[in-house]
Design a protein around this ligand. Structure first.
Ligand SMILES: Cc1cc2nc3c(=O)[nH]c(=O)nc-3n(C[C@H](O)[C@H](O)[C@H](O)COP(=O)(O)O)c2cc1C
Length: 368
């Protein structure tokens, strides 16, 4: 697919995940293949202008981390414009605007003509950014405030007219948070609202089949995957292969999962230093462990690590403990294998999966 002037190698995107989609994660996922485009965590426009240390860390990149977009967050038009210029100077391929929940303030006071004013204000901010840079500008939004206020199609149309190059839409409302089912029809209405630009569907894609379902049901040009990549950094390679050939590649083995987790960890140490990197990795490793089969002691121990030695010791101890659930060849016995993932929008009513949901780390849902 195309995004602005770029021809992407796949139509699969890594969703911004604040606290996770840093350089170490992006490099780890890219190395496994299938990913067409990645976006940074959201970056506060003013902090970037002030060259705040945390903001600079968020936008850090390296050879092999292309194409990528920086996601900006802010509501002051001049700041968003100046921050977009900085992004361009940094050499990124694109700037994404975090719209969290579209036009929240206005929806709260009843919509109507006031809502068009808010849309006009948003469009003016976006036009200011687009006029200031040569790289494409994209926008990421939810479906709206709640089911009675699905404002994303209107917003998408206005943004297309303002010149954005693509729309990313998470198929839930602000009121939903991360609960309930992704609204596939809601995403379709955004696809239908725009004329030329690609819409990228997002939400709960944890399997290649879910990606295909979302594309088929909504007509979206591509899909963006967030938490699904926590469990499974291979999801892009497996999904890309499935979309191209219809063949489902096997899930990674346990030893592949451990090897990739270790590479991800080593990149954390390189990027953040040994102690800080180890502390930060405490929230990453448990996601890998969700697909290990029985892993309780590992999950307990890994959240205490302060060094590489702690990490390795936690792993060695775990490998010993896990052997009791394996056959003579070290393969996990079937009865201990984790259940297959099923996306919210593909669950049968009344099925055991119906009430399962992907965990959400604590954070500001307003801007996610
Ligand atoms: C921990 C976490 C952090 C997130 N951070 C951001 C963010 O910085 N910017 C953004 O636009 N969305 C953010 N999101 C929303 C995701 O990009 C995505 O829209 C949402 O998680 C649904 O997709 P998924 O089911 O594939 O995870 C975040 C979500 C989570 C769970």
């Amino acid at each position: 697919m195309r995004l602005g002037p770029y021809e992407l190698t796949s139509n699969l995107f890594l969703s911004p995940l604040a606290g996770y989609t840093n350089l170490p994660m992006r490099l780890t996922v890219r190395e496994l293949g299938g990913l067409g485009w990645a976006t940074t965590d959201l970056v506060n426009a003013r902090s970037l202008i002030e060259r705040n240390r945390v903001a600079l860390k968020l936008v850090a990149t390296a050879p092999g981390d292309q194409p990528f977009a920086i996601q900006l967050f802010g509501s002051v038009p001049e700041e968003m414009r100046d921050a977009a210029v900085i992004c361009q100077e940094l050499g990124v391929q694109s700037v994404d605007i975090n719209m969290g929940c579209p036009v929240k303030k206005v929806v709260k006071i009843g919509g109507g003509s006031a809502m068009m004013t808010e849309l006009d204000k948003t469009a003016a901010l976006v036009r200011g950014m687009i006029a200031a840079v040569k790289i494409p500008v994209t926008a990421k939004m939810r479906l709206g405030w709640d089911d009675d206020n699905l404002t994303a199609p209107d917003l998408a149309r206005v943004l297309e007219d303002a010149g954005v190059a693509a729309i990313f839409v998470h198929g839930r409302t602000r009121a939903q948070g991360f609960s309930g089912t992704v609204n596939v029809a809601g995403i379709r209405s955004v696809v239908q609202a725009v004329r030329r630009i690609p819409v990228i569907g997002n939400g709960d894609i944890t399997t290649p089949a879910a990606a295909r379902h979302m594309i088929n049901e909504t007509g979206c040009a591509g899909v963006s995957i967030g938490r699904g990549a926590f469990y499974d950094p291979w999801i892009f390679r497996r999904t890309d292969h499935f979309l191209r050939t219809g063949e489902l590649l096997p899930e990674p083995t346990f030893s592949e999962r451990v090897a990739v987790m270790r590479r991800h960890y080593e990149r954390y140490l390189e990027f953040y230093g040994e102690e800080h990197g180890s502390r930060l990795f405490r929230k990453v490793a448990p996601w890998y462990a969700k697909r290990f089969g029985p892993a309780k002691p590992f999950k307990h121990r890994i959240i205490t690590i302060k060094s590489r030695a702690d990490f390795e010791a936690a792993l060695v101890e775990y490998l010993g403990w896990r052997a009791q659930f394996c056959d003579a060849h070290g393969t996990l016995l079937e009865k201990f294998s984790p259940a297959p993932m099923v996306a919210s929008f593909m669950r049968e009513p009344g099925s055991p999966e119906e009430r399962m949901s992907i965990p959400v780390p604590k954070g500001p849902v307003d801007v996610w």
